[in-house]
Ligand binder design. Structure first.
Ligand SMILES: [Zn+2]
Length: 98
């Protein structure tokens, strides 16, 4: 692999994603394997130099327009944990083939 900037692994002391990966910032992780890490968002729109995918639940009249969707905070920590646990359960079901 060349040493061109685009081919170097990114590791930055201030990057929120790098902090989560290093375990320096708390995240509500819903899935993790050797190639990927999935966690709930907790801030509005930030730019990070990582390939990432936003999974946005859809429902009728949800206001999604193109790439932008209405951002909402979790009601409280219990709500965040409930969402995390629902996603973990869905992922486990998918992995078990159910
Ligand atoms: Zn980073």
């Amino acid at each position: 692999m060349s040493d061109a900037p685009g081919n170097r692994p990114h590791d930055n002391q201030t990057c929120a994603f790098c902090k989560i990966i290093r375990g320096e910032e708390i995240a509500s992780i819903v899935f993790e394997n050797s190639l990927s890490l999935a966690f709930l968002d907790h801030r509005v729109s930030q730019s990070v130099p990582h390939v990432h995918i936003h999974l946005v639940p859809r429902h009728r009249n949800d206001g999604l327009k193109g790439f932008f969707w209405p951002r909402q905070r979790y009601q409280d920590e219990a709500h965040l944990q409930q969402v995390r646990d629902i996603l973990r359960g869905a992922i486990a079901s998918l992995q078990s083939g159910l």
